[in-house]
Design a binder for this molecule. Structure first.
Ligand code: ZN
Length: 411
């Protein structure tokens, strides 16, 4: 994607400021790099990436790029593995985040008249308060529930006539099921759902939408970059618009770090354009997506990234093509006679990669026909030739973890 002049100017301003912070994170990281020498987009693309590991090393406040008196709040990403990451925010950062979140609501057609039921958590986590600040800036009524206590959630939802639900996909599904179970659908006034953009299947999405009777929108974000609210899907449901006056996005090959051609899948890399407290330059999100090219039918001029395809840790590269388990799921779903159980073996023989895909065939399906179809569609959709092998139902081991379906014997 072509960087806009306005983005380049903001990036240059950031780089100058960040490298001037004595002993700061970026002064160290960019040591020996001539910042004044960065004159073009491709110069910028030579800058080193930043990683979650950098942020952990900077714990607790090593990322802070302004004097203490300018910091008004911190947030922290859940440290399920080791040291947490702490992100300091200035007044301006907090305001900018609310502005972006307001745009998200507007993109989803939420207005001042709406009552926004907020179930994501409050506290160190960025979710709840972001949904709330955006709702208040929009002028809608925020109902700051936080997670849990389903009885109370449903009671408030009915009594206050909440019209917009904000939730994780799993919590939205739980609420939808409770509403169905209790037969209180008639007393629920929801019309829209803004759902956090963890990767969730089309099936789950349809179920939530149908049971709640709402239109769903995917909202994107991560604690390191403000939090949720830096992008959202629109009525056209063709990816998520992101706010390119606040963030600059690149899509890179997760293995090589090279920029991929526009429209191809890769890892999303984000640079903050205006963040003050803890700006990030070329931050690797580990989220896999692609740019959605062309204009959106909704009329929004903000560019789009696709709904998240997965995490980089899931990716495999075969015959020079990046493949993700979610693509295989999707491919098999459309093939008659193929069950959703499969296993992938990758070998390297005589200088060539060989991908063997074992698929359980449903009762009555013809093995040869099924293999032929899988072979054809794999070539068509993913672009490589594979060796399909149909096996009987129950022949493949069952596992909770998706990643254990892929066996890479090449290294
Ligand atoms: Zn759109």
């Amino acid at each position: 994607m072509q960087m806009k002049q306005s983005q380049f100017d903001l990036i240059k301003r950031q780089l100058k400021r960040l490298t001037a912070v004595e002993g700061g994170f970026y002064q160290k990281k960019f040591e020996g790099i001539d910042i004044d020498g960065i004159q073009t987009q491709s110069d910028f693309e030579k800058l080193p990436f930043s990683w979650k590991g950098d942020l952990r090393e900077a714990y607790p406040l090593g990322l802070q790029a302004v004097p203490d008196e300018e910091i008004v709040r911190i947030h922290s990403s859940s440290g399920t593995t080791g040291t947490p990451v702490i992100i300091p925010y200035t007044q301006r950062d907090v305001e900018d985040w609310a502005i972006m979140f307001k745009r998200c609501y507007e993109t989803a057609g939420v207005t001042k008249l709406d009552r926004i039921h907020i179930t994501p958590g409050y506290g160190l986590w960025t979710a709840g308060i972001g949904f709330q600040a955006g709702a208040e800036l929009l002028g809608a009524m925020a109902i700051p529930m936080g997670p849990g206590n389903t009885d109370k959630q449903l009671r408030m939802m009915m009594d206050l006539k909440s019209t917009v639900l904000t939730a994780t996909s799993s919590y939205a599904l739980l609420l939808a099921e409770e509403i169905a179970k209790r037969g209180i659908g008639e007393r629920i006034h929801l019309r829209k759902g803004l759902i956090g953009s963890e990767r969730w299947g089309e099936k789950m999405r349809k179920r939530i939408a149908a049971e709640l009777g709402v239109q769903l929108y995917d909202i994107y974000g991560l604690t390191e970059i403000y939090g949720p609210g830096i992008g959202i899907s629109c009525d056209d449901e063709s990816g998520m618009h992101y706010w390119d006056d606040y963030i600059y996005c690149e899509i890179v090959d997760p293995k090589t770090g090279e920029i991929v051609p526009d429209g191809e899948i890769g890892e999303l890399v984000i640079t903050t354009l205006r963040k003050e407290g803890a700006p990030l330059i070329r931050y690797r999100t580990h989220d896999l997506t692609r740019f959605v090219l062309g204009d959106c039918a909704c009329g929004s001029q903000y560019p789009r990234i696709d709904t998240l395809i997965g995490r980089t840790d899931d990716m495999i590269k075969v015959k020079g093509v990046n493949i993700f388990p979610s693509q295989i799921d999707e491919l098999l779903r459309d093939i008659e006679g193929a069950s959703s159980e499969y296993q992938v073996m990758i070998d390297h023989l005589n200088g060539k990669d060989i991908l063997t895909l074992f698929v359980e065939r449903e009762k009555g399906a013809d093995s040869e026909q099924l293999e032929h179809e899988i072979h054809r569609r794999f070539k068509l959709k993913i672009g490589i030739t594979i060796v399909p092998k149909a096996v009987g139902i129950g022949d493949l081991p069952r596992s909770e973890k998706k990643s254990t379906r892929i066996f890479d014997n090449r290294y």
